[in-house]
Design a protein around this ligand. Sequence first.
Ligand code: CUA
Length: 328
Amino acid sequence: MWKNFPLFPDKATELAAEVDQLTFVFLAIALFFSLLVATLVIYFAIRYRRRSEGQIGETEETGIWLEIVWSVIPLVILLGMFFWGAKIYIKAYRPPADAVEYFVTGKQWMWKFQHPEGNREINHLHVPVGQRIRLTMTSEDVIHSFFVPAFRVKADVLPGRFTSIWFEANKTGTFTLFCAEFCGAEHSQMMGSVIVMEPQDYEQWLAAGQPEQTVIGSGEALFAKYVCNTCHFPDSAARAPILQGIWGKEVALSDGESVVVDANYVRESILEPTAKLVKGYQPLMPTYQGQLSEEELFQLISYVRSLTSGAAESEDSVAVGDSKESEE
Ligand code: CUA
């Protein structure tokens, strides 16, 4: 019976164990000090009670050392809690460079996934055990939040930009996926599962899906379909910036500012080409707003990234920590 009413979620990542440890230590510290304060309140209330009618209180001398001790000890404890928490937060929201990238789209009210090999799924995500996986996520409508309790992984999924999260499952099984941001009438139904498989089973699963093209392959086809190569071609910089080797670099803009070429910048440049125009170029590019789905945008961006060797392995600013304007 208790299996259906778990007090704590399953632990399926190393991060899960670390998050739990932090939670329980914080809880223990909070309990200890709550009990200490409550006990002292009761003790002092009795010890220093008024013993006769008209008794007047006396001033107690407090030593400077007592003041120092009860200021410094909590300070040290709180700073320790802060740095410990920050360490885990940074680990959780900074995908490692070798993580394999999957694409996630949230929409009312479902989760859509695409594997790097091209396989697509809805509400279920199959992944291999022991593999670092990075999810690059966006929303087609409102704010959603990708939450897998067993992985202790949660991140907002926002329309109009990419956020990302990563995990490495350390055991096989099926783990529930929730939407953790109220997103409309069927928010509570916006559930799914992450199915963690042995690597060879995953390979079989992938092969059975028979995807037509990899994500980068689809992006290359879109690049040709929308004839991006009439302006963005490798051997001339006449009409548009050369895309080869540009990923992760800082480029100067026509307004004197500069920007690092990452997924969010390329995305903006496709949808709103004049927003951050590269210095030395005319605003010739038309907008592709409304012509590309979120999935196609991601494929196109993945292709652009693949034009820079080693870019797929390098960390870029898709991470949640960089979306400074995001609000809860
Ligand atoms: Cu999507 Cu709640």
